[in-house]
Design a protein around this ligand. Structure first.
Ligand code: SD4
Length: 339
């Protein structure tokens, strides 16, 4: 396992103090815009720009950082970062090469959210690799938030996206093997929990996020998970922070997980504590079946502090900050058995 990277930058403490009133005092935070001196402290913070993502995706975070270092904004960074994994055919849970539903259709879900709280999403998108970019087009070029299925595809084509077959030979073969028993069972921590959620803070201290997935392998045709649902799979509040989820989407949707994490940060919790509380809402439900599924959250606050937490072991976050791009293993809830 790689070394966990702790932020030890003295300027962070300064930023923490400077923006502390906004982040810690719930009443003020909900009603007040950042003061000028807070904004200055944030933009002076050496830890920005920064990017975090779910799972081990250092090529994706490297791409996002390249955009940020070139002066790009957080929105461009998360879109470009997610596109790296969407194009990676070896990743069987995102974009091209994603595992299909039980009928053999690869269907993609994605969303994006910017510093103004604007958002766009696509669900059940077929034949278009870069779902995250279609989601951005929905946000920027339609009066809507979400487009689904055939309408989403037609919209993408009208914007110049090329339709292509997303079912690779490897995923077709995996589907063929699955069909022998055809049992639907979400599996903990394999490729079918490899949704890419990415959160970035640019040099101005502004936050954006994106999330893209082919959803759970061998799902029912038509099934949509948490990943394109604003508030569930992703939420960004530029005054507070952002969060993104991975894992069994049904459980994330039921607890509106990413919105919950951000609201907990608004109430003064650290990103780490907020992720832990959101997981505790799932595992502490009466009759929770949490031993049989995984959910993981990552979060960042306005100070650039991060957190990640999951139900089971082996969830990880990739973080690129202060010149270090690395995978960080997440702490997790279920310590009672090898998960
Ligand atoms: C979903 N949250 O569709 C996604 C699954 C996931 O990698 O994380 N896949 O429920």
């Amino acid at each position: 396992m790689k070394r966990r990277h702790f932020i030890k930058n003295a300027s962070l403490t300064g930023v923490g103090l400077a923006v502390g009133s906004t982040l810690i005092n719930c009443d003020e935070a909900t009603s007040k815009k950042l003061a000028d001196e807070d904004v200055k402290a944030i933009t002076d913070f050496k830890g920005f720009p920064m990017v975090i993502a779910t799972w081990h995706v250092i090529d994706a975070t490297a791409k996002a950082m390249e955009v940020l270092q070139a002066g790009g904004n957080a929105l461009d960074a998360v879109e470009q970062g997610c596109r790296v994994e969407e194009a990676n055919e070896k990743g069987q849970s995102v974009g091209k090469g994603g595992l299909p539903d039980r009928d053999g259709n690869v269907t993609l879900d994605a969303c994006i959210m910017d510093k103004h709280g604007n958002c766009g999403a696509v669900v059940y998108l077929k034949d278009i690799t870069h779902a995250v970019s279609v989601a951005r087009q929905v946000m920027e070029n339609t009066p809507h938030v979400m487009l689904a299925g055939e309408g989403a595809k037609q919209f993408a084509v009208s914007k110049g996206f090329e339709p292509e077959n997303l079912l690779t030979e490897a995923s077709k073969e995996a589907w063929g093997k699955w069909k022998i028993e055809a049992k639907y069972k979400p599996i903990i921590n394999i490729e079918n929990h490899d949704t890419i959620g990415m959160l970035a803070i640019d040099k101005n201290g502004d936050i954006s996020g994106a999330c893209t997935t082919s959803g759970l392998a061998y799902k029912l045709g038509g099934r949509v998970g948490d990943s394109p649902i604003i508030g569930s799979g992703l939420f960004v509040d530029n005054e507070i922070g952002a969060a993104v989820a991975t894992g069994l989407g049904e459980e994330v949707v039921k607890t509106v997980g990413s919105f919950l994490v951000v609201e907990l940060m608004r109430q003064g919790k650290s990103p780490q504590a907020a992720c832990e509380e959101a997981i505790s809402r799932i595992v502490n439900k009466p009759n929770s079946d949490y031993k049989n599924f995984q959910v993981g959250y990552i979060a960042v606050n306005k100070k650039g502090e991060t957190g990640s937490y999951s139900i089971h072991q082996w969830f990880s976050m990739t973080k690129f900050q202060d010149g270090v791009n690395e995978q960080i293993q997440s702490n997790f809830f279920n310590k009672t058995e090898n998960s």
